[in-house]
Ligand binder design. Structure first.
Ligand SMILES: [Cu+2]
Length: 134
């Protein structure tokens, strides 16, 4: 009686092992696109702003920043005219043909209010103000 018991036990054990070996139900992992890594800021940009140049306005009219920051600026031109994004106090003067988009870093070394405008259409209202707080 004892023996049978042992044998049964061994068989049972083998059965379990066998089942374990055969029944590898590992699902092939689905191929997933790696998550889009949000690129770590290569430089110390602390804010970003989107600026639209159009016939004939600059949007937004007010751009905010903090002294010591570097703004990541994306500026794009709509409309039919060539426009500029000009900030004399910060040495910015970029020309945008129609449909042009430019990305650039804008360091804000000092606090103050700086005029932003288009050299060609300042009189038509293409102005904005960059407010840099302490
Ligand atoms: Cu313009």
């Amino acid at each position: 009686m004892r023996r049978v018991g042992v044998i049964t036990g061994v068989l049972a054990l083998l059965g379990i092992v066998g089942a374990g070996a055969c029944g590898s139900d590992e699902e092939s992992p689905e191929v997933q696109a790696p998550p889009v890594a949000s690129s770590p800021a290569a430089e110390a940009t602390s804010g970003s702003v989107l600026i639209e140049l159009d016939d004939f306005y600059i949007d937004p009219k007010e751009i905010d920043g903090k002294a010591g920051e570097t703004l990541a600026v994306t500026a794009f031109s709509e409309g039919q005219q060539t426009h500029t994004l000009t900030i004399d106090a910060l040495g910015v003067d970029r020309e945008f043909p129609p449909s042009d988009t430019q990305e650039f870093s804008l360091p804000l070394p000092k606090a103050g209010e700086f005029k932003v405008y288009c050299r060609f259409h300042r009189a038509q209202g293409m102005t904005a103000v960059l407010k840099v707080s302490e």
